[in-house]
Ligand binder design. Structure first.
Ligand code: GTQ
Ligand code: FE2
Length: 360
């Protein structure tokens, strides 16, 4: 038995007051909220329906010009758990961007990296460091950190796409830099140049499994065409017969993720099969490309259709069930967790017990 020592209460109170006044905090009073047994993301599972976002984005085209000053016609996903911050999750920016016929969103660059996943329309070109990349529905376009970029709609109709950025991560690192380009549109050196060296036959190079290594150099390939993704998913589904097949978009030079901070993937679900619940450290945003179905995230059911976007916060178990053949695009921060050697992933069975666990 240790000897009980009477604590003089007023001395203790005085100590706490002086600690606080000195801009110090005793760990023993806050350790449980800081060092949690598992992640406690502030972001909550949430779904933004296309049926709500699309009309608001379209109305913005008529009412809000996109010139210097406004710059980009973007509606960001605001996760209700984040106290009003314009972020989909603690580490991820997600948004719907709209560009009307014959409009240009001004050229600029920033240290946060960005990806675009095209929802609807045709005729928009995103120029990335001089390479004008055509955007078609289902295509993935990369805008790596500090690359000049601008979007130009050469068509007669509006165009809509999903934007994903690592902005909250770079903000947390106090690493945000931004610079407007002197011109509205940067000079175009060529069209779809980055694709030249990576033919569809080399699909394994661009649609594989991300190697668990960090490549700080961005992918030399800036565009991943839906036609190639679709073909690779079709081959995989046929070869494996699995109810869910996935491809990750990889850097063809190193096998690393699409951007050093962001992983992008496409998942194909066969109808009427439920996937096993999986939970991962790190946040994900899903964009429904094709089909309808339901996902259960931390026990909450979300029904989805094309153009819907939803968030799976870190460590929330998620399972999917498609009603029709479905393709889900995902964006996640997993490359950062992997590079740091702290990525975790568990597959649960329906009784929520662990059936398999992966740790690096
Ligand atoms: O298109 O360059 O959703 O700079 C947020 C910041 C899109 C863009 C966003 C951006 C962009
Ligand atoms: Fe940008």
């Amino acid at each position: 038995m240790t000897e009980e020592r009477a604590v003089p209460v007023d001395e203790l109170e005085a100590l706490y007051k002086e600690i606080a006044a000195a801009e110090l905090r005793p760990l023993w009073t806050i350790t449980e909220q800081l060092l949690t047994p598992t992640p406690r993301p502030k972001a909550v599972p949430w779904l933004w329906p296309a049926a709500v976002m699309r009309p608001l984005a379209e109305r913005s085209i008529g009412l809000v010009p996109v010139e210097r000053g406004g710059e980009r016609r973007v509606l960001s996903l605001v996760n209700p758990g984040l106290g009003g911050q314009p972020y989909a999750a603690g580490t991820l920016w997600g948004a719907i961007q709209a560009l009307g016929p014959h409009e240009s969103a001004p050229a600029h660059r920033h240290t946060p990296g960005a990806i675009r996943f095209v929802l609807e329309g045709e005729g928009v070109w995103t120029t990335v460091d001089g390479d004008a990349c055509e955007m078609r529905p289902g295509d993935l376009i990369l805008t790596p950190a500090w690359n000049w970029h601008d979007h130009t709609n050469t068509g007669d109709g509006p165009m809509f796409w999903f934007d994903g950025l690592d902005l909250p991560m770079i903000e947390a690192l106090d690493g945000v830099f931004f610079e407007p380009h002197p011109e509205l549109r940067q000079p175009v050196a060529g069209r779809n140049v980055s694709e030249g060296g990576y033919a569809a036959a080399e699909g394994r190079l661009t649609h594989g499994q991300v190697a668990e290594s960090l490549d700080p150099a961005p992918s030399p390939l800036l565009v991943y065409r839906w036609t190639d993704t679709d073909a690779e998913l079709g081959r995989l589904a046929e070869r494996t017969g699995d109810a869910m097949v996935s491809v990750e978009f990889t850097n063809p030079r190193s096998g690393a993720s699409a951007l050093p901070t962001l992983a992008c993937a496409m998942h194909r679900l066969a109808p009427d099969h439920s996937t096993l619940p999986v939970r991962r450290s790190g946040n994900s945003i899903y964009v429904v490309h094709r089909g309808t179905g339901t996902s259960v995230i931390a026990g909450q059911r979300f029904e989805w259709e094309p153009g819907d976007m939803f968030v799976v916060p870190s460590w929330a178990p998620v399972e999917h069930r498609a009603e029709t053949p479905a393709d889900l695009f995902t964006l996640s921060d997993s490359p950062v967790l992997r590079a740091l050697g702290i990525h975790r992933e568990q597959t649960l069975d329906s009784a929520q017990t662990v059936t398999g666990m992966f740790r690096p």
